[in-house]
Design a protein around this ligand. Structure first.
Ligand code: AMP
Ligand code: GLY
Length: 416
């Protein structure tokens, strides 16, 4: 198959690495990619958020499948145009991608579909904001309605901080005030062909920057899979109570969801609730989910893209565990320092238990450089979390990037 992958993160690098493990060999192209992706795919210089440019390229290059990694091209309507041109695309049209692009839309879909979620108030003015905060006992949860790369959410005991955060985002559009939900979080992905869904393996993401869940929210600093502490029927229950009703609701609104439905869940004392939906693979959860995938990836994504998941067998996952630890630049997430040299990766190339997925990396012709906040993901597998942790952290010690940091508590204390 000739496959075009859009995006430039560790998620896209992971998807490409998984495609390369398929028994059938594929011709893989990527736009815009990064220094790591360049070693595993042919880089194409095009704007991945421009629907016309992507579609013209896919058509003239006889692409069999386009996989859209990040949310921006989805919201920009890249999938719409590809689909109209008859090119199979894994990723929803912009109207269905609003499940991620607009938190108010997501809440409306959940309400209609009977999907369990916390209470929320959408506010547009300072007066409405204060009224909504009065309804909440705190901690306060305030979210920008649109895409904000993980930065739009503030969870705080400090009412004044909640007001300031909300006021900032109110300048750009509506803000959501939400009921605070307490409990462990789970990321569960479903492939969707528009009407049917198929679950992948559950994972847990570490959203805060520092150990013990301290510091600011980030895009994600690490993850592990599976989650041995989940109730036995968890995945089937979420399929029945969350994924299927949400996909059915979107289909009934004439906006079928074709792609990856990311269910961000929280296990409260009052049952499982959805915190958020995303319309794409999660980063860094994808690194651990696909590390455990033993079925070929391309046929699964193609079947979803072609609207018929019954054409493929459900994905299989290894009993081995996987963890990933994100190496971040100094100053991430607020103000990451870029342009510094990364060393030590060559020595890891022959290590079979550890894989490196590149995110913010670039190559200046002689040297690998950090170009972003999340620089790379170290992904390891093992028979248990202790072994996977030893492997990942031993690898991280060999990588040097001035000022960089990573969490040391990923999958710590998780028993098999
Ligand atoms: P989101 O971008 O909506 O996933 O929010 C980012 C993170 O903020 C989540 O992963 C949670 O850790 C936290 N969060 C979001 N909404 C809530 C909520 N209603 N209650 C408690 N924590 C939340
Ligand atoms: N890891 C969180 C996300 O991908 O949104």
């Amino acid at each position: 198959m000739k496959i075009l992958v859009l995006g430039s993160g560790a998620r896209e690098h992971t998807i490409i690495q998984a495609l390369r493990r398929d028994p059938d060999s594929h011709e893989i192209l990527a736009a815009p990619g990064n220094a790591g992706i360049a070693a595993d795919a042919d880089i194409v210089a095009l704007d991945p958020t421009n629907p016309r440019v992507v579609t013209d390229f896919a058509r003239s290059s006889d692409i069999d499948l386009v996989i859209i990694g990040p949310e921006a091209p989805l919201v920009a309507g890249v999938a719409n145009r590809l689909r109209s041109a008859g090119i199979p695309v894994f990723g929803p049209d912009s109207d269905a991608a609003a499940l991620e692009g607009s938190k108010a839309f997501a809440k409306d879909v959940m309400a209609s579909a009977g999907v369990p979620t916390g209470k929320a108030w959408s506010v547009e003015t300072s007066e409405e904001l204060l009224l909504a905060l009065d309804q909440s006992e705190g901690p306060y949860v305030v979210k920008a309605d649109g895409l904000a790369s993980g930065k739009g959410v503030l969870v705080t005991e400090d009412r004044q901080a909640a007001i300031e955060h909300a006021e900032f985002y109110l300048q750009h559009g509506p803000v959501l005030v939400e009921e605070f939900l307490a409990g462990p979080e789970v990321s569960l992905f479903f492939l969707s062909d528009g009407t049917r869904v198929m679950p992948l393996a559950p994972a847990q993401d570490y959203k805060r920057a520092y150990d013990n869940n301290e510091g600011p929210n980030t895009g994600g600093m690490g993850a592990y899979s599976p989650l041995p502490w989940l109730p036995k029927d968890f995945v089937a229950d979420i399929q029945r109570t969350v994924a299927e009703p949400a996909v059915a609701e979107l289909a009934s609104r004439g906006m079928p969801f074709v792609g990856l439905l990311y269910c961000g869940l929280i296990l409260t004392d009052d049952g499982v609730k959805v915190i958020e939906f995303n319309a794409r693979f999660g980063d860094p959860e994808t690194q651990v989910v696909l590390a455990r995938l033993t079925s070929p990836l391309a046929p699964l994504l193609l079947a979803a893209a072609q609207g018929d998941l019954t054409a493929v067998a459900p994905p299989k996952f290894s009993k081995n565990v996987a963890i990933t630890v994100v190496l971040a630049s100094e100053g991430y997430p607020e103000n990451p320092r870029t342009g510094r040299e990364i060393d030590g990766l060559d020595a890891l190339a022959s290590n079979k238990q550890v894989r490196i997925a590149h995110a913010g990396t670039g190559f200046d012709g002689t040297q690998l450089l950090a170009t972003g906040g999340r620089v790379l993901s170290v992904v390891s597998t093992g028979k248990d979390f202790e072994q996977a942790r030893e492997r990942a952290y031993a690898a991280l010690e060999k990588i040097s990037l001035e000022g960089s940091y990573y969490r040391r508590d990923i999958a710590q204390g998780v028993s098999p």
